[in-house]
Design a binder for this molecule. Structure first.
Ligand code: ZN
Length: 414
């Protein structure tokens, strides 16, 4: 087992742990792992539901727990603008504020600045942007984006990066990659100097390390449990730049590595090619996080390539628009053909929605614009994604080399 972020103090106790990552099974390039965070264990490969505003839209936290969500994602950009980092910090960080005891990952805000702000201005120092809420001017740098993420208190936080647009000229991609590398070093420096300021440091570290000590003998727990900082590999769609970005990000040294800057308009075959070639240059013993993907078919495919963590707004956003993913393909529940359909949404799905409600009822709720439509549709879609990942993990454990969504869903239940 790899222990990351050793204690700088040299005490004769167990090291100060932010996260641990243990690989438990391999099947070709795919691997099953266990990521231990200060707020619980995460089985990988994992799909992380997106909770943009400290809320996975339409689903309360107790239902996320019932669905088996072990980690969810928050967006620094949105939480920084509203309600504000200091307010979240005063209320116990994101875990306390939203009453979520599982693991949380926050992004650095870079992607939202990129995608929501056409008027952003990028300089060596950082990015000036306007709030999409009220037009006010703000500035993100590697230092203050990291400071914001320490204040929000997620278990895993991301280095501040520039997401390069697609398509882009080769010179522009290189310059952007170089800027991201300089920002990565600044993010890490700030994090190392300020990581003790995390809102939950003392309490949670005690609980976590007591349980670790119980598992590892009689060594005394020490206080001082921190977040884990991940670096982000950029480099556009050029495999050579991706390699260089990976190697130089690894030189800076992070607890895990993300592949960023994909799913920004490039063809999906190219996304896959770049993911595959980038993974070759990432360390095998650290978690690999592919940001912002994908469809159910794609998450199976990327897990098979050796990706450990993924997130996407697709299952939740599509659900709110009546687009539901099933083991037999997509369903647009708004269609009149479902008006008399007394069957469940997906006969293979064991979720609370499929066990109880008919397609006809779901179609009626959607047509009548009932709030419950959004709730039920989102619960099903999230359940489908999480169940797909459970099946992928099972397939990897069995060494089945299942390569597609339909193969994964035709595997017998354990
Ligand atoms: Zn279902």
């Amino acid at each position: 087992m790899l222990r990351l972020q050793l204690s700088p103090c040299g005490f004769d106790t167990i090291p100060t742990v932010s996260i641990e990552f243990k690989i438990e099974a391999r099947d070709g390039s795919a691997r099953c792992g266990r990521l231990s965070t200060p707020h619980g264990e995460v089985e990988t490969p994992v799909f992380m539901p997106v909770g943009t505003q400290a809320s996975v839209k339409a689903v309360p936290q107790d239902i996320l727990e019932e669905l088996g969500v072990q980690i969810l994602l928050g967006n620094t950009y949105h939480l920084y603008l509203r309600p504000g980092v200091q307010q979240v910090r005063r209320l116990g960080g994101l875990h306390g504020f939203m009453s979520w005891n599982g693991a949380i990952l926050t992004d650095s805000g870079g992607f939202q600045v990129f995608s929501l702000n056409e008027l952003r201005k990028v300089s060596e120092e950082g990015v000036t942007f306007r709030s999409h809420l009220d037009g006010s001017s703000h500035f993100f740098s590697p230092e203050n984006a990291t400071e914001a993420q320490i204040g929000l208190g997620a278990d895993i936080i991301m280095a501040f990066d520039e997401c390069t647009e697609y398509p882009a000229e080769p010179q522009r991609v290189r310059e952007s990659m170089e800027l991201t590398l300089r920002w990565a070093a600044r993010s890490k420096k700030y994090f190392e100097e300020h990581k003790h300021a995390v809102p939950w440091g003392k309490v949670s570290s005690f609980q976590f390390l007591v349980s670790s000590a119980q598992n590892t003998g009689n060594r005394k727990p020490e206080t001082g449990n921190y977040q884990a900082l991940f670096g982000i590999v950029q480099g556009g769609t050029d495999p050579r730049l991706r390699r260089e970005s990976a190697e130089r990000t690894i030189e800076i040294g992070f607890s895990g590595y993300a592949i960023g800057g994909l799913s920004v308009g490039e063809p999906r075959s190219l996304t896959r090619e770049i993911v595959e070639s980038t993974i070759e240059h990432l360390p095998t013993d650290r978690p690999r996080y592919l940001m912002g993907v994908g469809t159910p078919e794609e998450i199976v495919e990327y897990a098979n390539l050796g990706v450990d963590m993924m997130d996407c707004v697709l299952p939740t956003r599509a659900a709110r628009h009546g687009l539901l993913f099933t083991s037999e393909g997509k369903i647009s529940i708004k269609q009149a053909r479902y008006a008399d359909d007394a069957g469940p949404l997906d006969t293979n799905c064991a979720c609370s929605v499929c066990s109880r409600y008919s397609r006809a009822y779901l179609r009626h709720l959607y047509a009548a614009n009932e709030v419950l439509a959004q709730v039920l549709n989102t619960i099903h879609n999230l359940s489908f994604y999480l169940d797909t990942m459970r099946r992928v993990r099972h397939s990897i454990e069995l060494g089945r080399k299942t390569r597609s969504l339909s193969e994964v869903w035709s595997l017998r239940e354990r």
